[in-house]
Ligand binder design. Structure first.
Ligand code: AMP
Length: 278
């Protein structure tokens, strides 16, 4: 069977041109499965993590939709809202929209914490096509009247499991409450425990579901072993293991904290059976 190519997808010519200049030829599985239903206007539940190509999976059909129905932005509004948990992810997503949309005349704002609010307020004032935001700072802007989300037509909730781990559930729910009922919603999470499933069902209407299982992350040649022990015996057990490994090459010991790593290193050096560097 011939492999699907981006040129087989019904994406507008300026987007195809941007993809070609990035040397994107073949859609990744999440892109191949998500882009067609998204272009038809469906909601989407994507079970996938970063690295699968999910950013292009949602940004390409959204850019296509914006291009096909150009509209003047109204003041302090956005047509697209992408909510993501971290500044790094927000920056990456904003860069992707810019790269894939470089031949389209669309405006964009990045709303993240830890930086001055004023430039964000100025960018939001005339309204933007695409708004990429982290929940905390966006909620500040909503509360201060810098933006309202009544005109959002496409809503992406990205990395929902991380969002919840970081304690953003309340903020996210408050933001969702300000969105209009009629919109296309896309929901991405690497896992789908009950709380997240409930949230997805409260947002999505008759969604297409796409599940991308991550490739094996453990090297086949690595033997894995778990030892149950108490805190007091941990160092002795480690020493015993390291002595058994002696002469077989280097060993890396990971510790949760810098302080813990220092303590382990001191202990191993004091027992001068092994040489340890921190
Ligand atoms: P993401 O999972 O969206 O963070 O994407 C992971 C990386 O894969 C990014 O660096 C993208 O630029 C790249 N990428 C995404 N889709 C494709 C594709 N179809 N062909 C080549 N590279 C891609």
């Amino acid at each position: 069977m011939n492999q699907l190519k981006f040129t087989d997808l019904a994406l507008a010519e300026p987007i195809q041109r941007a993809l070609a200049s990035q040397n994107y030829i073949t859609p990744s599985p999440i892109q191949a499965q998500s882009i067609p239903p998204l272009l038809q206007g469906h909601d989407l539940l994507g079970i996938a993590q970063t690295g699968t190509g999910k950013t292009a999976a949602f940004s390409l059909p959204i850019l296509h939709a914006l291009h096909k129905s150009p509209q003047r932005t109204s003041p302090k509004s956005a047509r697209v809202l992408v909510l993501t948990p971290t500044r790094e992810l927000a920056n990456q997503i904003a860069d992707s929209f810019q790269t894939y949309g470089k031949h389209l005349k669309l405006s964009q704002a990045l709303v993240i914490g830890g930086v001055n609010k004023n430039p964000q307020i100025r960018t939001l004032k005339p309204g933007v096509d695409i708004l990429v935001a982290c929940p905390g700072r966006l909620l500040d802007h909503i509360n201060e009247g810098d933006i309202n989300l009544n005109n959002v037509q496409h809503f992406v909730l990205d990395e929902v499991d991380r969002m919840l781990d970081m304690g953003f559930l309340r903020d996210v729910k408050k933001i969702i409450a300000t969105l209009p009922a009629k919109k296309q919603s896309l929901f991405f999470s690497a896992t789908l425990p009950p709380t997240i499933k409930d949230l997805a069902h409260s947002i999505l209407q008759n969604p297409k579901t796409v599940t991308i299982t991550p490739e094996k992350t453990t090297a086949e040649k690595v033997d894995q072993e778990v030892c149950f022990t108490d805190k007091e015996s941990k160092n002795q057990l480690l020493l015993q293991h390291l002595n058994e490994q002696k002469g077989k090459g280097l060993t890396i010991v990971f510790s949760r904290t810098k302080h813990g790593a220092n303590k382990i290193c001191k202990f191993l050096n004091a027992n001068n059976l092994v040489r340890c560097h921190c």
